[in-house]
Design a binder for this molecule. Structure first.
Ligand code: IVH
Length: 668
């Protein structure tokens, strides 16, 4: 092999490794810039030596010429669907039925995982190389979407060689999805470009996979979780979780939130965990899937016409309900945008009580002809504000009138205006009390400074009592003053002071987002904070320098400049810094807190001092990884009372087992 071939092989290995770290393990080891540099070098070599290009080269994800249409692919093993359950009783019926079918089992071990609201696909690997991908279609035959699937970074083009031999043919099934944050960005861009927006992440994933031009697919960051297999030649697994470990070792992405539970009651508890977590997940799920963990039992339970008897989907409550609009109010946001909000007769949607829904703007109200007194369909998705989908016309009261937003700001009386290219009305009074209140609420909110206990009511009260008149004043509050407020008291005041204190050392990206600069959302704030590393550098950066940052466009750059040029804003920041506020830059965090770097932790059994999520966060904050199942790559298993199969497995693999107290000691 000559030097060029060697370098190409070496580059491919490095790129495969780093893209697996980034997209599958969510644990990047090098910067994006470094990755790009390696990628460009490989591209350069391959352009000069086209004879050395192979189908599994990382450069082959993007290219692909447009297709005329998709050809048909037959699935060797039919792709089944799942039966649904909607309450605990139906789950019990499912378990009872299995017990009748498999009477010698005392209690079943279930593997429980999120039901992804995405698009089912099959991937085929021949001797470890990704050779074909297809849609589920009717279950027996689907469409060949290989070129589109190749653009998905978490689908390996080549499986990773491990101690476990790679089967000569491996068919896996999984769910392709559009992560929520990326979906929202994508829709925003479409809206800005005057293109129709997608209704939800699922539809946009479907639309993206059906693109005939893979270059379009490549621009949209789809992701995948593998949840099953078709034909696997040469290996027999005993359990579903063992199968998942093997798939992960080969570089395929399975859902890390998967859990194994003994007995249906314990398995159902996981459903309720997910119902709670649902809104904080970065992707949409519409239920939880339960499968018998033992493959031999799956075999013996068998399938009915189109669905297995050994698995079931426990679906979440519907995300749409009907209710009545009691009133419509105009709400002034922190940027002065005036949004109509429908006040609803309270209704449970997807397990959460909903009392308000956004109506966006006057155009939207006109288009849907929404009126006070109307019966409407409301919808919530993820953690976004609930929306009115449509009016139920048959239930309209005759006397109802069309709704018109006021001409004057409901908070300060200023006359409202509308920019020519915008749909929203705005109040441009920079001293508008509603804007101030909203900007403080935003500052203290989740994803921003996260000051616990400082919600809408308390902000309003602090303003009303003249204890604050800006975000900076929060850092000059005195406990005695807060304690004297209505319904506060000594303890609550102490908690608030502690929460404010904690926010002094928030990551820089959070602080930047908290400032509420127009067009600087969480994502953009993160990009900017990572690029500059210090607040001084950001405040001093010119537009040109800002434009250097990937994904930062002229609108964002101008908005940032405008914000930091204003004397009022500079003074505000000065005042906060003078009070000891010191946002922590990304780099400083990494250096001081990397004690668990490269280590994998698994938690099992009951923990007393924190929730599992908190414990996992401690690990992640220190550069480590928190996994859901034990393998030989696990470094520590933290086991509380009630630990079962994971503990056995850890012992089997010689993994160090810690008690909760030992873990605490390690943290310190
Ligand atoms: S297992 C034989 N696991 O739901 C069992 N399916 O309604 C086959 N789905 O077509 C599916 N998340 O595409 C399984 N964790 C998960 C899933 C999942 C989503 C989809 C799957 C299937 C549909 C059935």
């Amino acid at each position: 092999m000559n030097a060029i071939e060697k370098e190409i092989r070496n580059l491919r290995e490095q790129l495969d490794f780093h893209s697996h770290q980034y997209y599958v393990l969510d644990d990047p080891q090098i910067s994006d810039a470094e990755y790009d540099r390696l990628f460009r070098r490989l591209l350069d070599l391959e352009t000069r030596h086209p004879e050395l290009v192979t189908a599994d080269s990382p450069t082959q994800r993007v290219g692909g010429a447009p297709l005329e249409g998709f050809s048909t692919v037959r699935h060797n093993v039919p792709m089944l669907s799942l039966d649904n359950a909607f309450d605990d009783e139906e789950m019990q019926v499912f378990d009872d039925r299995l017990h009748r079918l498999l009477p010698e089992e005392k209690e079943f071990e279930y593997i429980v995982e999120p039901k992804m609201d995405g698009i089912a696909v099959e991937l085929v690997y021949a001797d470890g190389i990704f050779v074909q991908g297809s849609t589920r279609g009717d279950g027996t035959q689907g469409e060949d979407i290989t070129a589109n699937l190749k653009t998905i970074a978490s689908i390996p083009l080549k499986l990773r060689p491990t101690a476990r031999e790679i089967p000569s043919r491996l068919e896996v099934r999984g769910e392709v999805f559009y992560p929520i944050a990326a979906f929202r960005r994508f829709n925003k861009e479409r809206e800005a470009a005057g293109e129709p927006v997608f209704v939800n992440p699922r539809n946009s994933a479907a639309g993206t996979l059906r693109q005939l031009d893979p270059r379009i697919t490549a621009r949209r960051p789809l992701d995948i979780f593998i949840h099953g297999i078709g034909i696997v030649e040469g290996i027999n697994f005993l359990q579903q979780d063992e199968l998942y470990s093997a798939l992960r070792e080969w570089g395929l992405k399975t859902n890390p939130l998967t859990e194994v539970r003994r007995g249906i009651k314990s398995a159902i508890a996981v459903y309720y965990d997910f119902l709670q977590k649902r809104d904080s997940l970065p992707y949409e799920i519409d239920g939880v899937v339960f499968k018998l963990n033992h493959l031999e039992l799956q075999q013996r339970a068998g399938i009915r016409s189109r669905s297995p008897r050994w698995a079931i989907a426990y679906k979440f409550p519907a995300q749409q309900e009907t209710t009545v609009i009691e009133d419509i109010i105009a709400q002034v946001g922190r940027t002065g945008a005036v949004t109509p909000v429908a006040l609803l007769q309270p209704v449970f949607v997807g397990g959460v009580e909903v009392r308000r829904a956004t109506l966006h703007n006057q155009d939207e109200i006109d288009r849907k002809d929404v009126r006070v007194g109307d019966t409407v369909v409301v919808q919530r998705a993820g953690d976004v504000i609930p929306e009115i989908v449509k009016v139920v016309p048959a239930k309209r009261v005759k006397s109802s009138k069309k709704y018109q937003l006021p001409r004057h700001c409901p908070a300060c009386g200023n006359s409202l205006f509308r920019l020519p290219d915008e749909a929203v009305l705005r109040c441009d009074n920079s001293a508008c009390p509603a804007q101030l209140r909203q900007s403080i609420i935003h500052f203290a909110g989740k994803g921003a400074m996260d000051i616990e206990g400082l919600g809408e009511k308390l902000v309003a009260l602090l303003l009303q009592e003249n204890l604050i008149s800006s975000i900076a004043d929060l850092y000059y509050l005195r406990k005695e003053d807060v304690a004297r407020l209505e319904r506060m008291g000594e303890k609550s005041a102490e908690n608030l002071m502690a929460a404010i204190e904690k926010s002094r050392h928030m990551p820089l990206e959070r602080f930047l987002f908290a400032l509420g600069i127009r067009h600087v959302g969480e994502h953009v704030a993160r990009l900017i904070a990572r690029y500059f590393q210090s607040l001084e550098q950001i405040t001093a950066a010119g537009e040109e320098e800002l434009l250097n940052i990937h994904e930062v466009g002229p609108q964002v750059a101008a908005s940032l400049r405008h914000f930091f040029e204003q004397e009022k804003n500079r003074a505000l920041i000065e005042k906060m810094l003078a009070a000891g506020l010191s946002p922590v830059s990304g780099e400083a965090r990494v250096q001081s807190d990397e004690k668990f770097s490269g280590m994998t932790f698994v938690f099992t059994g009951a923990l007393k001092k924190f929730t599992r999520k908190e414990a996992e966060k401690y690990v992640i904050d220190r550069g480590g990884r928190a996994a859901s199942s034990v393998s030989k790559k696990t470094d520590y298993l933290v086991a509380g009372p009630g630990a079962g199969s994971k503990l056995q497995k850890a012992r089997h693999h010689g993994v160090t087992v810690l008690t909760e107290d030992e873990f605490l000691a390690l943290l310190d």
